[in-house]
Design a protein around this ligand. Sequence first.
Ligand code: DAH
Length: 339
Amino acid sequence: MKELLEKIRQDAKEAIDAASDLEALNAARVRFSGKKGELTAVLKQMGGLSAEERPIVGQLANEVRGDIENRIAEKEADLKSKATEMKLKSEKIDVTLPGKKEVLGKKHPLSIVLDEIKEIFIGMGFDVVQGPEVEYDYYNFEALNIPKDHPARDTQDTFYITDNILLRTQTSSVQIRTMEERKPPIRIIAPGRVYRSDAVDATHSPLFHQVEGLVVDKGITMSDLKGTLEVFIKALYGEESQVRFRPHHFPFTEPSAEMDVMCFACHGEGCRLCKGEGWIELLGCGMVHPKVLENCGIDPEVYSGFALGLGLERVVMRRFNIDDMRLLYENDQRFLNQF
Ligand code: DAH
């Protein structure tokens, strides 16, 4: 029996030494010192021993059990620390590796310029107001002195929703809404989307943006209009920029004008950008028509006003030298990241 115990001790030592992971070690524990293990099996036979032999074999058996358990405990600690070491190694963070860059969004060129325009007008005491894009015929045309049969309607190919409701073709509708709601003095700009049934090309889009301006007070004259616009253009395009006014016609202003800026590329000489003109048309404006004031319950004998309307896309394209309007709507990152 002594030999048997020594053999178990030896077999156990080999099995424990050979165990390469906790699973194998546990298998060795079950095999040698478990309840149904080899050591227990030997101890069960001790009943057949003589009274002198029993304590000796008993002592040896305890020694072997202790030996096996110590060995297992040692090996277990060893395996565990190796596992931790491996884990640490595999999870090591290399702080010298380059980081992943977050891609930041940017302001759209239309927003960049619109924000500047707002800033300039706010600085001159204007409020920024809004009106609906789905609009009544009355606000978009009728009250602006454009009756049903007026030829000006032909130039603004309108998306009608019903006979009386449409997608606004101009932000001028907000002039009427503002004058209905506020008493003079009025100083507002109204930026927003407008819609016209135009085919898409380099200079047309069925959806584009306008900025409307309106000033109404006692004693407002054409020189207020010219002065305001000159300050605006110099703030937007630089102190050296020059403007000129050409007579024009709009049903809702009298007199009406178009304002040009001197070409940035050739400074009035005439080049490709300005198509040889030396000047670039930028916006429409004029003195608010007395009929329009009347339509809004403002007495044209007491008050006068000026109005202006500019196409935002046009201003942006001239500002950044963009030759195709479609670029502004495609949201191509390669284009947008240039601003
Ligand atoms: N609403 C005009 C258009 O869409 C632009 C315009 C011209 C607005 C003259 C005005 C103005 O307020 O006074 O073509």
